[in-house]
Design a protein around this ligand. Structure first.
Ligand code: THU
Length: 134
């Protein structure tokens, strides 16, 4: 897996962020096991709770385009103030749970940029121990 490329895809996705309310722009790139990448960005709303995070935008786009449970290998996330330096933005709890529905948490890799040329990496299981499943 080319981690730098996946982070670059997330940075491209971030360019489309709609974040007039928080000013915090986030992009995500979800990698399928066959190499296809789905991008997502945060999409905010004046009714704040309606906002969709970048990670779920990418996940829902993939599923809407026919991707299935088990198809995914990794996600990269890049975030920070819209016109400022990148800030570490690990996926929120809701996005962790949303991802857990579709991946093997023990092997699925989550990356987030911690600066222009650095990142942190964990499995989803490390980020969401005891996640709920049916
Ligand atoms: N946000 C994401 O896109 N992903 C996360 O995992 C956490 C937060 C977005 C939501 C909102 O538009 C902005 O960041 C500030 O919370």
């Amino acid at each position: 897996m080319d981690r730098k490329r996946l982070l670059a895809e997330a940075a491209k996705a971030r360019e489309n962020s709609y974040c007039p309310h928080s000013g915090f722009a986030v992009g995500a790139a979800l990698l399928c096991k066959d190499g296809e990448i789905f991008r997502g960005c945060n999409v905010e709303n004046a009714s704040y709770g309606v906002t969709n995070c970048a990670e779920r935008t990418a996940l829902f786009s993939a599923v809407a385009n026919g991707r299935k449970r088990g198809d995914f290998a990794a996600i990269a996330v890049v975030g920070g103030p819209k016109d400022g330096e990148l800030a570490a933005s690990p996926p929120c709890g809701v996005c962790r749970q949303a991802l857990s529905e579709f991946v093997d948490s023990e092997t699925f890799v989550v990356l987030w940029a911690t600066g222009a040329d650095s990142y942190e990496e964990h499995t989803l299981a490390e980020l969401l121990p005891y996640g709920f499943s049916l």
